[in-house]
Every structure is written in C-alpha cells, then in structure tokens.
Design a protein around this ligand. Structure first.
Ligand code: NZQ
Ligand code: ZN
Length: 405
C-alpha cells in the first residue's frame, strides 16, 4: 500500500425527504446568502427546486438564482454566474442538479474571489486560492462531483474541456435523496452508472499492484452497481436500487476507492486515460453524454493496454465476473490469460450495452475523419506521452480511437 492523504470533508445527508432538510442543514453548517445554481429545467419540472427554495426560506437562508447551466457546462455561463454572485454579494453556492450543475457551481465559487478570468484555472493551471463554500443537492448520481476534488468545464470557442482539481472546493454538504432520481431517463441513469464504474476502474488500473482493502472496496462497488442498475431500468422507483447507485457514485469518486494506489501521496490515483480520451469527444461534440462516451472508450482502452499488466486484469476478471484462466493442462498459459481477460472486457462492454449504452463511435454519428481534431486538443490537454497504466502517445490514442469504429 502506497502512502496516501485522504480528505473527504463533505457531510452527507442521504435518505427519503432529504431535499426538504436542505435549508436546515445549510443553516446549521453556517451558510449565509447563497447563489442557487441549477440546470436546464429538470428540477423545475420535478418540483425539487421549489422544495429546496421552501426549505431555504423556512430556515432563513437567503438566495439569488442562477439557472440554465447546461450538460458539459460552458465557461461563458460560469462568467455570467460569477457576475451575478458578485453583484449580490453571496457568501456561498448551492448547486441543485448533477455533475454539470455542481461543476458550474464550483467554478463560480472559486471564480468569485479571483480577479482574473475563471478559465485561467483550467487553461493555465492557475492555482486555486480562495473559494466560497459549496453545498449540493444531488439529482443524478453519476459524476461524483458532490464529494470530488474535480471540476470540469468546457470552452466551446476553443473546443476544449478541461479539469481543475483541489480539496478546497469539495462540497461541505451533499443532500442525497434517492427519490428525486426516480424521474431520471433510462439513458441518463445508465450513463451515470457507466461513469461510476469508469471512476473505479481508472483508479483500479493505475499502475500500482494489489492493495487489498482498496481493491475490495472497488470491486465491491462495481458488483453493487451491476446488481442495482438493471433493477432501476426495470423499475425506476426501486428505492433501494436507486439509493445503492447514489451512494456508490459518491464512493466511486471521493477517492476512497483509490487510497494506497497513488504514486504521489497527495495526488489522485490513476492515469485517467479513458477520461482523457472521452473528454476530447465531449469537448468537440458537447451533445455526447460523458458516461455514454466512456461506455465506448473504456473497453477499447482496456483491450489496447491489458498486456502491460495482465495480473491486474485477471484480479478484476475474477473478483467482478468470476472469470479465471483455464488450467494449464488444458490450454497454454498465455492463451488462457488472454481468453480470461478479453472475456472480462467483453462482459463489461456487454453490461454497458445491456443498459442501452452505445458501443462504437459510429453510434454517435462520428467517422474516422473526426479523430485528428481530437488528437490536437488531447496533446494540448494531457501532453505526450500521458497515462499511468501504460504511457500513451498520440499514435496510441489514434489507434484506440480507430478501434472504436
Ligand atoms: O439540466 P437539467 O434540466 O437539470 O437536466 C439534466 C441533464 O440533462 C438531467 N437530470 C439531472 N437530474 C435529473 C435529470 N433529469 C431528470 N430527473 C433528474 N432527477 O440529466 C442530464 C445530465 O445531467 P449532468 O449534470 O450533465 O450529468 P452528470 O452528473 O453525468 O454530469 C456530467 C458532467 O460532469 C463532468 C462530465 O465531464 C460532465 O461535464 N464530470 C465531472 C466530474 C467531477 N466534477 O468530479 C468527474 C466526471 O468524471 C466528469 O468528467
Ligand atoms: Zn467521469
């Protein structure tokens, strides 16, 4: 087990009716006037926003609104929200939505005290200093932003989608009410589950050997998700399955599933290769849902790199799918290992497909001619080579993208 620093300062309030406790929890946590950030209407239609507002009013927490943050949130929206926050002298930010809304809220929260342009934190890696306190009412379990140290923002003018990281903007409070996720479309539910599994796998396949405590948490989360996801697609109001998915999504990305797997104690475990490849897809094509992109990217990345460390993939195959290589007396070892690993990757991809996720880039309407522009921005974003499990050049990245058709 490598050295690690694990910081998860968020207070989680998970359960039926949690939304109605938002105001009281915010007041107890010392929040003053907040900027109430939300997305493109789902929380208006579901009534969640009105319930949050009523609870803020009952608890005496003043707010001003900033709605309309889009999926794959854009920096222009963040700039406008920063202006509203400054004009109204808010002291904190409350996000009501999913990863896009929470990330838009995070960028606003560390953009307000900064004199320069907020995009500096993403494009120029400006270190994050002060940050307004953040709370989140989670409406879609997926990105894990309600407890993560990450924030991902797009800039359409530059075809870029970039992340910033820092413990300072981990939310202080996360309100998690599984009942509000009953309204999620099947596609978004499935994309969310795929994203969670990717967050676990990015850490699991990190270039570090077995770490039993963390590995059991990781594969246990994947198994819980693989059990719960088909149940909610069958019955969208299955409370226990929704709650399982919601909590698994948080643990998939608050870093508990990576403890002891990092090469640098204060950095996140993993090389995040699949996320790097996917972020270019949704940067150039913002209509691509992040999790759906990962359903295509991650199996392709796995098929390309597994030979670098077959033992790690065999552990995953055994613990998640119960797949073991055939005994040597029946089959040469190399062949048996290849069969077991590829069977596990096939099973994982088949699971994503069974949830309604795409399997190829053609499913998004892309062609091989769309790949070169992705490589240009990938090199600018990640450098070359990038990754931890296996270092990848742009030629490797091209081969991985082309294998997705
Ligand atoms: O905008 P509204 O109208 O609210 O609709 C949203 C959106 O269209 C809808 N939705 C949310 N809750 C709902 C609902 N519809 C019905 N009922 C509900 N209860 O779902 C759609 C997707 O929402 P979004 O917030 O975009 O989803 P997600 O949580 O997957 O967030 C994706 C974003 O997070 C980034 C991704 O790159 C992407 O930009 N990520 C952020 C991370 C982080 N901060 O730690 C890590 C991830 O790896 C990821 O990169
Ligand atoms: Zn993700």
């Amino acid at each position: 087990m490598n050295d690690f620093v694990f910081c998860s300062p968020t207070k989680f309030v998970l359960g039926k009716g949690a939304v109605d406790k938002t105001g009281a929890e915010m007041a107890a946590a010392g929040f003053g006037k907040v900027l109430l950030v939300y997305g493109q209407g789902s929380v208006v239609r579901s009534g969640v926003l009105d319930r949050v507002k009523a609870s803020l009013e009952a608890a005496g927490v003043p707010y001003v609104e900033a709605g309309g943050a889009r999926p794959n949130p854009e920096v222009c929206w963040v700039r406008d929200a920063i202006a509203v926050a400054r004009e109204n002298q808010v002291e904190g930010v409350l996000a009501v939505g999913g990863g896009s809304v929470i990330d838009a809220a995070k960028a606003t929260a560390f953009g307000v005290p900064y004199e320069g342009d907020v995009w500096d934190f993403f494009a120029n890696k400006q270190p994050i200093g002060e940050c307004l306190p953040i709370a989140a009412v989670l409406t879609i379990p997926a990105a894990g932003s309600e407890a993560s140290a990450s924030c991902v923002i797009s800039c359409d003018a530059e075809n870029r989608k970039l992340g910033a990281s820092g413990d300072v903007f981990r939310p202080k409070l996360a309100i998690m009410d599984p009942e509000v996720t009953f309204t999620l479309p099947a596609y978004q539910t499935a994309a969310g589950v795929t994203d969670m599994i990717a967050h676990i796998c990015e850490r699991y396949f990190s270039g570090v050997g077995a770490v039993p405590v963390t590995d059991n948490i990781a594969t246990g989360l994947v198994c819980a998700l693989m059990d719960a996801a088909p149940r909610v697609l069958e019955q969208p109001d299955d409370y226990d399955a929704r709650a399982t998915i919601m909590w698994a999504g948080t643990l998939a990305h608050n870093d508990i599933a990576g403890c002891g797997r990092s090469l640098n104690p204060t950095a996140r475990a993993g090389g995040w290769e699949s996320h790097a490849l996917e972020h270019e897809l949704s940067a150039h094509h913002p209509e691509i849902t992040h999790g759906a992109g990962l359903a295509v990217v991650m199996p392709a990345w796995m098929r390309y790199v597994w030979r670098t460390n077959p033992e790690r993939f065999l552990d995953f195959a055994a613990d998640v799918f119960g797949i073991e290589p055939v005994e040597e007396e029946y089959c040469p070892r190399d062949e048996a290992v290849e069969d077991a690993v590829t069977a596990a990757i096939d099973e994982l991809q088949a699971f994503f497909r069974s949830l309604g996720m795409p399997a190829t880039l053609a499913d998004f309407g892309l062609t091989p001619d769309d790949i070169d522009p992705l490589l240009e921005t990938l090199r600018a974003s990640k450098g070359e080579p990038f990754g931890a499990f296996q270092k990848l050049t742009m030629e490797d990245a091209r081969a991985i993208y082309l294998s997705m058709f």
